[in-house]
Design a protein around this ligand. Structure first.
Ligand code: ZN
Length: 489
């Protein structure tokens, strides 16, 4: 066997074990009996120890030194393994353990502080977390920018400065659109109860309509919707709020977008480094284009209106046109995860700017809450009423996830580019969507993007699918067009 073959055989076992660890995590959120929590945390820690030892085994370094990539696939495999091995070996073992221990402690403290609306209760542990993340970033950065080193974990190949320049162009246009939309007359929200069995049945129908393969996946309920796994076993979860069926439907469609990406990857890449979505941003482009550009389109919501009428009878919305407005109703809420398309990216930009300053040391944790509230009032036009609606709303920082937030907006930017190209490539798109048939869109996405898995770098695969380098312009033009028409601006 060549060094490359030996390396790939070794990596295949690591990939399979990683996949088992993922399934164990899925089980914990969906099926696990309550009494098994302690046993499960020991099981997962044991798996993590084995995985860490495999990922940092010096044999990998020797194989890498001798392996040659004969073709594009082999070269991409080596690139991924090299990146992961180099990151895993640069972080001192003690720091990795300290970070894992602090993350599990900080999440409990954050949850309590959020329940108490008390940022001061969370500030000391957050300061410790930032200190450890700065040490981790310094170990990875080789003298370069600390925040950029953290970004590599989620969106390889992009820098904080590049993201900043994209966001600087988005923010004024979104703030302007937001204030025009809120000044106009909008529709009322739905105002009645929608039984759980009807919501779940229709949500399964939506998943099937978007091409989710139930022979290679399943849907269960969980507190937070997520997608887990890749290839032939990709599971999703959803949730039910009796008064807000769109929460269930669009959470499902969002996770179906993530899941279809994983199900759509070339089966030859299974259990190799190419067998997963290439980055968080590209992943989010799939979930968002399914959820928003396709799922919340005038054409598709026309079909959904008929489905909801069949399932729930008269639910207080008179026709398809009125329903399209209700689905896309914009309001300036505090909570990122509940935000509409106009507000969503403003939530992300706020977090990106603040976390970048926290990592660079330009912002002290003691001043974070005030900085959050000032920025929120300026971008959203309303003051924050309590910390759980402001700086304490998201779990990310307590887990040490710095550099993760901007990938949500990058996903929207990429989705904007893909949608512009898709509309040109599929002239009958609206007619198909109006029948509840998404296959022309999802087939195009699978052929042009999803099947490549990790073969290309994130920006490269978007550019390849679109024929141009990713930019914020298509997303902003789409949002202006859509909401100017919806709100008669
Ligand atoms: Zn997502």
């Amino acid at each position: 066997m060549t060094a490359y073959d030996e390396l790939m055989a070794y990596d295949r076992v690591t990939q399979a074990l990683g996949s088992v660890a993922g399934r164990t995590g899925w089980d914990q959120e969906t099926m696990m009996p309550e009494g098994a929590a302690d046993l499960r945390s020991e099981e997962m820690a044991a798996l993590e120890t084995v995985l860490h030892a495999r990922r940092t085994d010096p044999k990998i370094g020797e194989w890498l030194a001798n392996a040659e990539g004969a073709d594009a696939v082999a070269k991409a495999n080596l690139r991924h393994i090299k990146r992961s091995y180099s990151r895993a070996t640069k972080i001192p073992e003690k720091l990795a353990t300290d970070l894992a221990r602090l993350a599990s402690r900080a999440q409990g403290i954050w949850a309590q502080a959020r329940a108490d609306n008390d940022f001061k209760g969370f500030a000391p542990v957050l300061a410790q977390m930032i200190d450890l993340k700065r040490q981790e970033a310094a170990a990875l950065a080789d003298g370069g920018d600390l925040y950029d080193a953290l970004l590599e974990d989620y969106e390889p190949g992009i820098t904080g400065a590049e993201i900043q320049s994209v966001f600087d162009k988005m923010r004024p246009r979104l703030v302007d659109l937001r204030s025009r939309v809120l000044a106009a007359d909008g529709p009322n929200a739905l105002d009645r109860e929608f039984p759980e069995d009807g919501q779940l049945a229709l949500s399964a129908k939506l998943a099937a309509a978007f091409g989710y393969d139930f022979t290679k996946g399943r849907i269960d309920k969980a507190v937070h919707p997520f997608s887990s796994g890749s290839g032939t076993d990709v599971r999703i979860t959803t949730r039910v709020n009796p008064r807000d069926p769109f929460n269930c439907f669009y959470s499902t469609v969002h996770e179906v977008g993530h899941a279809c990406y994983e199900q759509g990857i070339d089966p030859d890449y299974a259990l190799t480094p190419l067998g997963n979505g290439v980055s968080m941003g590209v992943h989010e482009s799939q979930s968002r284009i399914y959820e928003n550009q396709l799922g919340r389109s005038r054409a598709f919501t026309g079909w959904l209106f008929g489905q909801m009428s069949d399932t729930f009878g008269d639910f207080g919305v008179k026709d398809e046109e009125a329903f399209y407005k209700v689905v896309n109703r914009a309001s300036s809420g505090y909570i990122r995860t509940e935000a509409d398309e106009v507000h969503y990216n403003l939530h992300v930009m706020l977090r990106f700017d603040l976390e970048r300053q926290l990592i660079s040391g330009d912002l002290e944790v003691a001043n974070l809450e005030e900085a959050w509230n000032t920025r929120f009032a300026s971008d959203f036009g309303v003051p924050v009423d309590k910390a759980s609606n402001g700086v304490l709303q998201d779990v990310h920082w307590s887990c040490g996830l710095f550099g993760y937030f901007p990938t949500y907006s990058l996903g929207n930017v990429y989705a904007g580019c893909l949608y512009q190209t898709l509309r040109e490539a599929v002239p009958n798109l609206d007619a198909d969507l109006a029948r509840g048939d998404t296959s022309s869109a999802t087939t195009w996405l699978r052929e042009n993007l999803q099947r490549h898995g990790g073969l290309y770098e994130p920006k490269e695969v978007i550019a390849l699918a679109c024929g141009f380098a990713p930019s914020e312009a298509p997303l902003l033009d789409y949002l202006d067009r859509k909401f100017e028409a919806l709100y008669d601006l």
